[in-house]
Design a protein around this ligand. Structure first.
Ligand code: FE2
Ligand code: FE2
Length: 283
């Protein structure tokens, strides 16, 4: 299944006009889609393009996953303010996918993101409540928290004005997503009948989640070696980090935010899982 940028010429449809309104950054003003005055080497352009094409796919994945989650929280009888917050998160992921595709198109890359629709929605195993809790912990408490840190560093790294604007727009939203995730995660940890069995099952998945995010964050070695590598390539920057830069965000985010956060909401096993991860990645 292919998702394309909305048409930018001719009479726009009503739905396109609504989309255009929604994808405007919530803060920081409109993005001017231009590289005027910017001279990029082929390597700088390729680095930026790779980053934005990858982001278009991950942002589209977030959009699909969070849309599924929003319907599931309704089935659980979540209060209306959860629905309101989810509606914002979904709108934000539409914006991020759009911004990523526009950056890609500006750099001469694809206007579309192609997606295997069979991976759109996660199958529900066990109770719906346990599934929602698992997805919130994984995608928000870990995923959005690490993503927010990564975009903060990408903003520091960016030298090209249009990239700074695009990263700023995404960062504003991702910061909210992480905060929202921890709030909802904590609310889903309130005890109920059968809770301890569900909690224990989720805790057993923490080592696998940590490894999965390490892979996505380009981790190859331990934290000390990783921290000694450059976070950013020299020259003009379109909001990307080096592989080791992404890995640094993973280590710092896990230490400062994710592991303490998981402990605080009721997963004391997070500390042991993290220590085991570090022991398997020495140096
Ligand atoms: Fe996003
Ligand atoms: Fe997000």
């Amino acid at each position: 299944m292919t998702f394309a940028l909305s048409r930018t010429s001719g009479d726009p449809l009503q739905l396109t006009q609504e989309h255009e309104l929604l994808v405007q950054p919530r803060r920081g003003g409109e993005v001017t889609w231009s590289l005027d005055g910017v001279t990029l080497t082929p390597a700088e352009r390729t680095r930026g393009l790779d980053a934005w094409v990858g982001r278009a796919t991950t942002e589209m994945h977030s959009l699909a996953l969070f849309t599924q989650l929003a319907s599931q929280i309704h089935l659980l009888g979540a209060p209306l303010d959860w629905s309101g917050a989810f509606a914002r998160v979904i709108a934000d992921e539409v914006r991020h996918t759009d911004l990523s595709l526009r950056m890609s198109a500006l750099l001469g890359g694809p206007h579309t993101v192609t997606f295997d629709e069979r991976t759109f929605h996660l199958p529900v195993g066990g109770s719906l409540r346990a599934h929602v809790r698992h997805t919130i912990i994984e995608a928000f408490c870990i995923g959005e928290t690490l993503s927010g840190r990564m975009y903060r560093h990408a903003l520091k790294a960016a030298t090209v004005p249009v990239a700074k604007k695009a990263v700023t727009a995404i960062l504003v939203d991702e910061t909210f997503h992480a905060e929202f995730g921890w709030e909802v995660g904590a609310l889903l940890m309130r005890p109920h009948e059968g809770f301890e069995a569900e909690r224990g099952e989720l805790a057993r998945h923490l080592p696998g989640m940590f490894q999965s995010f390490a892979r996505q964050s380009c981790v190859t070695r331990g934290p000390e070696w990783t921290a000694a590598q450059p976070m950013v390539e020299s020259g003009e920057n379109l909001g990307s980090l080096t592989d080791e830069g992404y890995a640094q965000c993973f280590y710092a985010g896990m230490e400062a935010d994710v592991v303490p956060g998981l402990e605080a909401i009721g997963f004391p096993e997070a500390r042991g899982a993290w220590q085991a991860f570090l022991a398997a990645h020495p140096g």
